[in-house]
Design a protein around this ligand. Structure first.
Ligand SMILES: O=c1ccn([C@H]2C[C@H](O)[C@@H](COP(=O)(O)OP(=O)(O)OP(=O)(O)O)O2)c(=O)[nH]1
Length: 161
């Protein structure tokens, strides 16, 4: 999947948020923590690890929105480090169930935050790709959901949330 359009949209949104909120400092770490939190929120909605409960996962649309919140911060972190020339969404060969993939994603995000280079960045994308496959999300619906949430993020800024 091509990433250029998403990087462009993300860059515009990030600039809008920064100017709207008067951000003058480097918020890379904040965005890194935000990605870890979004990953956990996503895992929580899937309920994949809740062996103690018989309650099923949240609705597909809820899980998809959590997923694209992560995509926002992943794009944003790449832009912050000048890695936004990544053209194609990297797909790897990660195996494992969702629980294993969520743990692997957390590990790779932490490595990337310590060492924000292209290799580490690609690895995080690869795991998110495997998570999307595990959740049965197609590229088209991810793009559609990303565009919708991107617009919602502008609205939230405009309405002073
Ligand atoms: O520099 C930024 C900061 C935020 N976002 C986006 C990413 C994500 O889509 C949203 C933040 O997540 P969410 O909508 O869950 O915000 P929240 O404040 O955690 O919402 P809530 O209080 O509803 O949980 O803002 C960006 O794209 N760039």
């Amino acid at each position: 999947m091509k990433l250029a359009k998403l990087f462009t949209m993300q860059k515009e949104l990030d600039s809008y948020i920064e100017s709207n909120q008067g951000i003058q400092t480097d918020v890379f770490k904040e965005k890194g923590l935000a990605l870890l939190v979004e990953l956990a929120e996503l895992a929580n909605e899937t309920r994949c690890f809740k062996f103690w409960s018989t309650k099923g996962p949240s609705e597909r649309q809820v899980i998809l929105e959590e997923y694209v919140d992560s995509v926002h911060f992943l794009l944003s972190l790449g832009i912050a480090k000048g890695l936004n020339d990544l053209e194609e969404w990297p797909v790897g060969n990660q195996s494992g169930n969702l629980t294993e993939l969520f743990i692997a994603a957390q590990e790779e995000i932490l490595k990337f935050l310590r060492n924000p280079d292209l290799d580490h960045y690609r690895k995080v994308w690869e795991i998110y790709s495997a998570i999307a496959a595990g959740l049965g999300f197609e590229n088209e619906e991810i793009i559609h959901a990303y565009i919708q949430k991107n617009e919602k993020n502008y609205e939230r800024q405009r309405t002073g949330y």
